[in-house]
Design a protein around this ligand. Structure first.
Ligand SMILES: *Cc1c(COP(=O)(O)O)cnc(C)c1O
Length: 434
């Protein structure tokens, strides 16, 4: 009897010890989770209203997933095949067989990547070759390549300009130019979009500066409009200012031999500094660059932070650029189909009663005005197998909503006509055209 009671007490003691330890473990774990949850929920508290506001403003961006290479016809993940009118693949080189073969060969010969910035151990002969070809393409002394044109724009202004200088920038310049300018200490002036009187006034206001730099996109991507370079160069000369052009939507395909905006105006060599990208017409892989004088490029190599502190471009990407330049620099045939496709689309759409913005550029904004109409219109186009994107405020000005169509030299006339037919059919449905 006594023994049994001792056993029972012993058993109960063990049992409660076990429960107690279990409880401790569970509580401890919960506490950890509780701490973890509290910091995350604090973060969410800040972020959620912002996400809600983006959705409420109708500016939420969804990403459609593509399951094929970039091309004029692409497959979406849902199995649907659509004709693509929203890539910057102006010359259709993104899936060019020779370009892909060159990239594969570079992988074999030069590896996947450099694991280094350029000045430590990240420069191969193909990097130097690409810089030489790009400088030659633009007929400039020198070129420096970056991981992107965003980086080229981020690195330029801070390196070149001091607090004694001034930069005068078109108000609709690309975000990367705006950010690049933010990083520098120069005095900042903005002139109204392509308004040369306003530019002249800002040049007058900044006359006490040591050095002045006028900065503009060559072609503005939302409108397909071109910066008035002849006038900009004339003002630059008169006011002793430097000129900078970001030619991302022009390099390789705009102007008689694809040399960009300065060639479009028959003013080759007139711009002091050009930044551009390999991520659009020139194969579409990645990479950006600056071409200018040997001195400026030398200074950028010493001081430009996105160049000094970011990884060297991967060999396959560099080989893509080298091959594309071999293909296009002495062969204007890539340009003729882009030109005829652009003319065909613009003429047919205007004949049908649509308003097309821009200056005869492969960026063809179909102006619709209303934001809701524009997004519904674009959705219906996709249902008909035509992939186009609508843009509305705040990406473009209020009541200036549009569907931006981008023509490629690789489109066939049939594909262009299919797009026009779909625009007309849906346009009638929405009473945009009769
Ligand atoms: C696309 C674009 C860029 C960015 O180029 P990435 O090489 O993709 O970084 C910069 N400026 C302009 C005007 C562009 O259109």
């Amino acid at each position: 009897m006594f023994n049994d009671i001792i056993k029972l007490i012993d058993w109960l003691f063990n049992f409660f010890c076990f429960v107690f330890i279990l409880l401790l473990l569970v509580l401890n774990n919960q506490e950890k989770r509780w701490i973890f949850r509290s910091s995350i929920s604090c973060l969410a508290k800040h972020i959620e209203p912002e996400l809600t506001a983006i959705k409420a403003a109708g500016t939420w961006k969804n990403e459609r997933i593509i399951s094929s290479p970039q091309s004029t016809v692409i497959s979406l993940r849902n199995g649907k095949t659509v004709i693509n009118f929203c890539a910057n693949n102006y010359l259709g080189l993104a899936d060019n067989k020779e370009v892909i073969a060159a990239a594969k060969k570079a992988l074999d010969n030069y590896g996947a990547g450099l694991s280094s910035v350029r000045f430590i151990c990240g420069t191969q002969e193909i990097h130097v070759e690409l810089e030489k070809k790009l400088a030659e393409f633009h007929n400039r002394d020198a070129c420096i390549i970056y991981a992107s044109c965003f980086d080229a724009n981020a690195g330029l202004f801070e390196t070149l300009l001091t607090a004694e200088d001034a930069v005068i920038s078109d108000e609709l310049n690309h975000a990367s130019i705006i950010d690049g300018i933010r990083l520098c200490k120069a005095k900042k002036h903005r002139y109204r979009h392509r308004d040369m009187d306003d530019l002249e006034q800002k040049l007058g206001e900044s006359s006490s500066s040591r050095m002045r730099l006028i900065a503009t996109d060559g072609v503005f991507s939302m409108d397909g409009t071109v910066a008035p370079l002849p006038k900009i160069c004339e003002l630059a000369k008169r006011y002793n200012a430097l000129t900078f052009v970001d030619d991302c939507h022009a390099t390789g395909f705009f102007g008689k031999t694809g040399r960009g905006t300065e060639e479009y105006f028959n003013q080759l060599g007139s711009i002091d500094i050009i930044n551009s990208t390999l991520g659009k017409a020139l194969g579409g892989a990645a990479g950006g660059y600056t071409v200018s004088t040997a001195e400026l490029v030398a200074l950028l190599r010493q001081r430009s932070r996105p160049y000094l502190f970011s990884n060297s471009l991967p060999p396959a990407v560099v080989a893509t650029g080298n091959k594309v330049l071999d293909l296009i620099r002495n062969d204007a045939s890539f340009l003729s189909s882009l030109e005829s496709n652009t003319q065909r689309f613009r003429r047919k759409m205007i004949d049908a009663g649509f308003t097309i913005g821009g200056d005869n550029h492969p960026i063809c904004p179909v102006m619709l005005g209303d934001a809701k109409l524009t997004s519904e219109f674009a959705d219906k186009m996709l249902e008909k197998g035509i992939y186009v994107i609508g843009f509305s405020y705040p990406v473009v000005r209020k009541n200036k909503a549009r569907i931006r169509v981008q023509i490629s030299g690789a489109h066939t006339f049939e594909q262009i006509d299919q797009a026009v037919d779909a625009f007309i059919e849906i346009g009638r449905e929405f009473k945009v055209v009769s």
